[in-house]
Design a binder for this molecule. Structure first.
Ligand SMILES: [Zn+2]
Length: 296
Protein backbone atom coordinates (compact mmCIF):
# COMPACT_ATOMS: atom_id res chain seq x y z
CA UNK A 1 0.00 0.00 0.00
CA UNK A 2 2.74 2.40 0.93
CA UNK A 3 4.54 1.61 -2.28
CA UNK A 4 1.37 2.17 -4.30
CA UNK A 5 0.78 5.55 -2.69
CA UNK A 6 4.35 6.64 -3.28
CA UNK A 7 4.13 5.76 -6.93
CA UNK A 8 0.89 7.60 -7.43
CA UNK A 9 2.06 10.68 -5.58
CA UNK A 10 5.30 10.95 -7.48
CA UNK A 11 3.56 10.66 -10.82
CA UNK A 12 1.23 13.48 -9.93
CA UNK A 13 3.57 16.29 -10.96
CA UNK A 14 2.16 15.49 -14.38
CA UNK A 15 -1.36 16.21 -13.19
CA UNK A 16 -2.75 19.51 -12.02
CA UNK A 17 -2.47 20.61 -8.40
CA UNK A 18 -6.23 20.97 -8.19
CA UNK A 19 -6.65 17.21 -8.41
CA UNK A 20 -4.64 16.64 -5.26
CA UNK A 21 -5.41 16.86 -1.62
CA UNK A 22 -2.45 18.01 0.48
CA UNK A 23 -4.16 17.96 3.89
CA UNK A 24 -2.30 14.87 5.07
CA UNK A 25 1.12 15.98 3.91
CA UNK A 26 3.57 16.53 6.74
CA UNK A 27 6.72 18.60 6.24
CA UNK A 28 9.69 16.75 7.74
CA UNK A 29 12.87 18.63 8.58
CA UNK A 30 16.21 16.86 8.02
CA UNK A 31 19.30 18.72 9.28
CA UNK A 32 22.08 18.75 6.67
CA UNK A 33 24.66 21.08 8.27
CA UNK A 34 24.52 23.66 11.03
CA UNK A 35 22.62 26.15 8.82
CA UNK A 36 21.26 24.05 5.96
CA UNK A 37 18.23 21.76 6.13
CA UNK A 38 16.32 19.50 3.78
CA UNK A 39 12.52 19.63 3.90
CA UNK A 40 10.57 16.61 2.77
CA UNK A 41 6.86 16.90 2.05
CA UNK A 42 5.19 16.17 -1.28
CA UNK A 43 7.13 16.90 -4.44
CA UNK A 44 10.82 17.74 -4.70
CA UNK A 45 13.06 18.03 -1.66
CA UNK A 46 13.50 21.63 -0.48
CA UNK A 47 16.88 22.97 0.63
CA UNK A 48 16.84 25.71 3.29
CA UNK A 49 19.77 27.99 4.17
CA UNK A 50 19.27 30.12 7.30
CA UNK A 51 21.46 32.91 8.67
CA UNK A 52 21.71 36.54 9.69
CA UNK A 53 20.76 37.87 6.23
CA UNK A 54 17.62 35.76 6.16
CA UNK A 55 16.53 32.58 4.42
CA UNK A 56 17.17 31.13 0.98
CA UNK A 57 15.22 28.10 -0.18
CA UNK A 58 15.86 25.73 -3.05
CA UNK A 59 12.52 24.82 -4.71
CA UNK A 60 9.01 25.28 -3.33
CA UNK A 61 7.04 22.02 -3.85
CA UNK A 62 3.30 22.51 -4.52
CA UNK A 63 1.41 25.77 -3.96
CA UNK A 64 -1.07 24.39 -1.39
CA UNK A 65 1.89 23.41 0.84
CA UNK A 66 3.43 26.90 1.12
CA UNK A 67 1.88 27.62 4.53
CA UNK A 68 3.10 24.34 6.00
CA UNK A 69 6.55 24.86 4.47
CA UNK A 70 6.71 28.39 5.87
CA UNK A 71 5.67 27.10 9.31
CA UNK A 72 8.47 24.50 9.16
CA UNK A 73 11.00 27.17 8.17
CA UNK A 74 9.79 29.34 11.07
CA UNK A 75 10.94 26.65 13.50
CA UNK A 76 14.46 27.14 12.09
CA UNK A 77 14.63 30.91 11.60
CA UNK A 78 12.65 34.13 12.03
CA UNK A 79 14.49 35.65 9.09
CA UNK A 80 12.80 36.90 5.95
CA UNK A 81 12.60 34.34 3.14
CA UNK A 82 14.50 36.41 0.61
CA UNK A 83 15.41 34.04 -2.20
CA UNK A 84 14.01 31.01 -3.96
CA UNK A 85 16.40 29.12 -6.25
CA UNK A 86 14.57 26.74 -8.59
CA UNK A 87 16.37 23.62 -9.83
CA UNK A 88 13.94 23.37 -12.80
CA UNK A 89 10.40 24.32 -13.83
CA UNK A 90 8.32 21.25 -12.86
CA UNK A 91 5.31 22.03 -10.70
CA UNK A 92 6.37 19.76 -7.83
CA UNK A 93 9.44 22.03 -7.45
CA UNK A 94 8.05 25.46 -8.44
CA UNK A 95 4.35 25.25 -7.52
CA UNK A 96 4.83 27.40 -4.40
CA UNK A 97 6.86 30.11 -6.17
CA UNK A 98 3.97 32.54 -6.39
CA UNK A 99 3.25 32.36 -2.65
CA UNK A 100 6.88 32.90 -1.66
CA UNK A 101 7.26 35.73 -4.20
CA UNK A 102 4.11 37.40 -2.85
CA UNK A 103 5.67 37.17 0.61
CA UNK A 104 8.76 39.02 -0.66
CA UNK A 105 11.15 36.40 -2.07
CA UNK A 106 13.05 36.87 -5.32
CA UNK A 107 13.09 33.86 -7.60
CA UNK A 108 16.29 32.77 -9.32
CA UNK A 109 16.47 30.15 -12.09
CA UNK A 110 17.91 29.27 -15.46
CA UNK A 111 16.40 31.29 -18.31
CA UNK A 112 14.69 28.16 -19.73
CA UNK A 113 12.79 27.81 -16.46
CA UNK A 114 11.35 31.28 -16.97
CA UNK A 115 10.66 30.50 -20.61
CA UNK A 116 8.78 27.28 -19.86
CA UNK A 117 6.85 28.83 -16.95
CA UNK A 118 5.79 31.67 -19.27
CA UNK A 119 4.13 29.40 -21.84
CA UNK A 120 1.65 26.54 -21.70
CA UNK A 121 3.56 23.24 -21.58
CA UNK A 122 2.03 20.48 -23.68
CA UNK A 123 3.02 16.85 -23.48
CA UNK A 124 1.96 13.88 -25.61
CA UNK A 125 0.41 12.40 -22.42
CA UNK A 126 -1.58 14.00 -19.62
CA UNK A 127 -3.13 17.46 -19.53
CA UNK A 128 -1.19 20.56 -20.59
CA UNK A 129 0.32 22.69 -17.81
CA UNK A 130 -0.88 26.28 -18.12
CA UNK A 131 1.61 29.16 -18.06
CA UNK A 132 2.48 30.20 -14.50
CA UNK A 133 1.41 33.69 -13.38
CA UNK A 134 4.04 36.41 -13.75
CA UNK A 135 4.70 36.52 -10.00
CA UNK A 136 5.63 32.80 -10.01
CA UNK A 137 8.29 33.21 -12.70
CA UNK A 138 11.98 33.76 -11.97
CA UNK A 139 13.01 37.42 -12.09
CA UNK A 140 16.76 36.71 -11.79
CA UNK A 141 17.85 34.46 -14.66
CA UNK A 142 21.12 33.15 -16.06
CA UNK A 143 22.41 30.89 -18.81
CA UNK A 144 25.44 29.09 -17.31
CA UNK A 145 26.04 30.11 -13.70
CA UNK A 146 24.65 32.44 -11.08
CA UNK A 147 26.53 33.45 -7.94
CA UNK A 148 25.16 34.97 -4.76
CA UNK A 149 26.84 35.95 -1.49
CA UNK A 150 24.30 35.49 1.28
CA UNK A 151 24.67 34.67 4.96
CA UNK A 152 28.45 35.06 4.61
CA UNK A 153 28.72 32.28 2.09
CA UNK A 154 28.89 31.80 -1.63
CA UNK A 155 25.97 30.09 -3.30
CA UNK A 156 26.41 28.89 -6.86
CA UNK A 157 23.72 27.86 -9.29
CA UNK A 158 25.30 25.76 -12.01
CA UNK A 159 23.39 24.90 -15.18
CA UNK A 160 23.74 21.40 -16.65
CA UNK A 161 22.57 20.87 -20.22
CA UNK A 162 19.64 18.74 -21.34
CA UNK A 163 19.51 16.39 -18.34
CA UNK A 164 16.11 16.07 -16.60
CA UNK A 165 14.88 19.14 -18.57
CA UNK A 166 16.62 21.92 -20.53
CA UNK A 167 16.68 24.26 -17.53
CA UNK A 168 18.29 22.20 -14.77
CA UNK A 169 20.67 23.65 -12.22
CA UNK A 170 22.60 22.42 -9.23
CA UNK A 171 22.60 24.67 -6.20
CA UNK A 172 26.02 24.39 -4.61
CA UNK A 173 27.17 25.68 -1.21
CA UNK A 174 30.95 25.14 -1.52
CA UNK A 175 31.88 26.47 1.93
CA UNK A 176 29.51 24.15 3.77
CA UNK A 177 29.94 21.40 1.16
CA UNK A 178 26.29 20.87 0.29
CA UNK A 179 25.01 20.16 -3.20
CA UNK A 180 21.32 20.19 -4.22
CA UNK A 181 21.01 18.34 -7.52
CA UNK A 182 17.30 18.80 -8.25
CA UNK A 183 15.82 16.09 -10.44
CA UNK A 184 19.08 15.25 -12.16
CA UNK A 185 19.37 12.90 -9.16
CA UNK A 186 16.68 10.51 -7.93
CA UNK A 187 18.26 8.82 -4.93
CA UNK A 188 18.02 5.01 -5.00
CA UNK A 189 15.47 4.87 -7.80
CA UNK A 190 15.26 5.08 -11.57
CA UNK A 191 14.77 8.69 -12.65
CA UNK A 192 12.07 10.34 -14.68
CA UNK A 193 13.61 12.15 -17.64
CA UNK A 194 11.39 14.78 -19.28
CA UNK A 195 12.31 14.15 -22.92
CA UNK A 196 9.57 16.53 -24.04
CA UNK A 197 11.15 19.43 -22.15
CA UNK A 198 14.69 18.95 -23.41
CA UNK A 199 15.86 16.13 -21.12
CA UNK A 200 18.04 13.21 -22.29
CA UNK A 201 19.75 10.12 -20.88
CA UNK A 202 23.17 11.41 -21.95
CA UNK A 203 22.50 14.73 -20.23
CA UNK A 204 21.51 12.87 -17.04
CA UNK A 205 24.74 10.88 -17.07
CA UNK A 206 26.78 14.02 -17.82
CA UNK A 207 25.03 15.83 -14.96
CA UNK A 208 25.91 13.00 -12.56
CA UNK A 209 29.52 13.16 -13.73
CA UNK A 210 29.62 16.92 -13.21
CA UNK A 211 28.19 16.47 -9.72
CA UNK A 212 30.75 13.77 -8.95
CA UNK A 213 33.49 16.15 -10.07
CA UNK A 214 32.21 18.79 -7.61
CA UNK A 215 31.49 16.42 -4.73
CA UNK A 216 34.00 15.00 -2.29
CA UNK A 217 33.69 12.14 0.17
CA UNK A 218 32.00 14.33 2.76
CA UNK A 219 29.70 16.35 0.50
CA UNK A 220 26.07 16.23 1.57
CA UNK A 221 23.94 15.70 -1.52
CA UNK A 222 20.26 16.64 -1.61
CA UNK A 223 18.47 14.73 -4.37
CA UNK A 224 15.34 15.98 -6.14
CA UNK A 225 13.54 12.94 -4.71
CA UNK A 226 14.64 10.40 -2.11
CA UNK A 227 16.77 10.57 1.00
CA UNK A 228 19.72 12.82 1.82
CA UNK A 229 22.68 11.29 0.01
CA UNK A 230 26.40 11.30 -0.72
CA UNK A 231 28.95 10.83 -3.50
CA UNK A 232 29.13 7.04 -3.13
CA UNK A 233 25.40 6.66 -3.71
CA UNK A 234 25.49 9.18 -6.55
CA UNK A 235 28.26 7.19 -8.21
CA UNK A 236 26.19 4.02 -7.95
CA UNK A 237 23.26 5.87 -9.56
CA UNK A 238 25.53 7.10 -12.37
CA UNK A 239 26.80 3.54 -12.89
CA UNK A 240 23.25 2.14 -13.03
CA UNK A 241 22.28 4.72 -15.65
CA UNK A 242 25.43 4.01 -17.67
CA UNK A 243 24.79 0.27 -17.56
CA UNK A 244 21.19 0.65 -18.75
CA UNK A 245 22.22 3.10 -21.48
CA UNK A 246 24.92 0.72 -22.72
CA UNK A 247 22.50 -2.24 -22.85
CA UNK A 248 19.76 -0.28 -24.61
CA UNK A 249 22.24 1.18 -27.12
CA UNK A 250 23.57 -2.32 -27.87
CA UNK A 251 20.02 -3.56 -28.44
CA UNK A 252 19.26 -0.68 -30.80
CA UNK A 253 22.51 -1.30 -32.70
CA UNK A 254 21.51 -4.97 -33.08
CA UNK A 255 18.20 -3.92 -34.60
CA UNK A 256 16.05 -4.96 -31.64
CA UNK A 257 12.69 -3.36 -30.90
CA UNK A 258 11.88 -1.61 -27.64
CA UNK A 259 9.78 -4.62 -26.55
CA UNK A 260 12.66 -7.02 -27.32
CA UNK A 261 15.05 -4.93 -25.25
CA UNK A 262 12.57 -4.71 -22.36
CA UNK A 263 12.21 -8.51 -22.42
CA UNK A 264 15.99 -8.90 -22.11
CA UNK A 265 15.68 -7.18 -18.70
CA UNK A 266 18.82 -5.05 -18.87
CA UNK A 267 18.17 -3.88 -15.31
CA UNK A 268 17.68 -7.35 -13.81
CA UNK A 269 20.21 -6.65 -11.05
CA UNK A 270 18.67 -3.36 -9.94
CA UNK A 271 14.99 -3.54 -10.97
CA UNK A 272 13.71 -4.89 -7.64
CA UNK A 273 15.10 -1.94 -5.67
CA UNK A 274 15.54 0.90 -8.15
CA UNK A 275 12.45 0.12 -10.18
CA UNK A 276 10.08 -0.21 -7.23
CA UNK A 277 9.72 3.32 -5.90
CA UNK A 278 8.77 5.37 -8.93
CA UNK A 279 9.74 4.68 -12.54
CA UNK A 280 9.37 0.93 -13.18
CA UNK A 281 11.82 -1.39 -15.00
CA UNK A 282 10.00 -1.24 -18.36
CA UNK A 283 9.42 2.47 -18.25
CA UNK A 284 13.05 3.39 -17.63
CA UNK A 285 14.05 1.28 -20.63
CA UNK A 286 11.44 3.07 -22.74
CA UNK A 287 12.70 6.47 -21.60
CA UNK A 288 16.29 5.56 -22.48
CA UNK A 289 15.25 3.97 -25.78
CA UNK A 290 13.18 7.02 -26.74
CA UNK A 291 16.02 9.33 -25.75
CA UNK A 292 18.60 7.42 -27.82
CA UNK A 293 16.35 7.14 -30.87
CA UNK A 294 15.00 10.72 -30.73
CA UNK A 295 15.69 12.78 -33.82
CA UNK A 296 17.40 15.97 -32.83
ZN1 LIG B 1 11.21 17.26 -12.23
Amino acid sequence: MVRFLTTVFLLLPLLSQAQRNFDDVEIKIHPVTQDIYMLEGAGGNIGVLVGEDGVLIVDTQYGPLSEKITAAIRTLSDGEIRYVANTHFHGDHSGGNKNFANAGAQIIAHENVRKRMSEEQKRPYGPATPAAPESARPILTYTDEFGLIFNNQRIMMIHVDDAHTDGDAFVYFPETDVLHLGDTYFQGRYPYIDLHSGGSIDGMINAANTALFLAGKNTKIIPGHGALSNADELQEYRDVLMHLRREVAAGIAAGKSLEDIQKMKPGAETDAGWGAAFIGPERIIKIIYDSLTAKS
